[in-house]
Design a protein around this ligand. Structure first.
Ligand code: GRF
Length: 187
């Protein structure tokens, strides 16, 4: 069995799709959901599905390596960042070489980096009159959104699309592809 830990800071709609996709899977299991936000909806989802959760704080995340013990205790093989907004510290990048992926709601290298998350991304895509947007799955390194790209999928951006419309179309791509690409990487 390969065990995934999902890191998420928010709603966790991607986390939910991943959990549902691997429910009853013969060789892949979502073993832990980690969040930096006590009130994150993703934690409620995890609890409702009896998936272990871990709440982390900034000091311990950046100034200790205690998290590695938790990941070992849960026998985590692979990490999926699904809407996790903190930069990953070097000790964690080193512990999961090519075993940690992030999903970004745009076509990197455009519209990535610090501050480029959520609506900021889609607003920028709208303002620049891009003809398409999409998703990028990439390995995680010490910089925001800079690890090597694994997969991209695109959707058209119509002149009439608002940033919210773009967000909706991009999220649909995330929900479809993220679990499937993970399955391919872990298979
Ligand atoms: C997604 O758009 C993801 O690409 C980004 O944060 C959003 C998370 O949404 N990194 P959700 O919490 O999975 O609903």
């Amino acid at each position: 069995m390969k065990n995934i830990a999902i890191f998420a800071s928010g709603t966790g709609s991607n986390a939910t799709k991943i959990v549902d996709h691997f429910n009853q899977h013969p060789s892949i299991n979502v073993a832990l959901i980690i969040s930096n936000k006590k009130t994150a909806k993703v934690l409620d989802m995890a609890k409702s599905k009896a998936i272990p959760t871990l709440l982390i704080n900034r000091t311990s995340f950046y100034q200790t390596e205690n998290l590695l013990t938790d990941l070992t205790n849960h026998q985590i093989d692979f990490i999926a960042l699904a809407g996790f907004l903190w930069l990953i510290p070097p000790y964690l990048v080193k512990a999961f070489p090519n075993k940690m992926v992030n999903i970004h709601p745009a076509l990197l290298p455009k519209y990535g980096g610090k501050g480029m998350y959520g609506q900021h991304v889609h607003q920028a895509v709208r303002e620049n009159n891009e003809l398409e947007s999409g998703i990028t799955l990439h390995y995680v390194n010490e910089q925001y959104d800079e690890g090597s790209i694994i997969f991209q999928a695109t959707c058209p951006v119509l002149i009439t699309d608002s940033a919210k419309d773009i967000a909706q179309n991009v999220l649909a791509l995330e929900h479809y592809y993220f679990p499937r690409i993970l399955e391919g990487l872990l298979g």
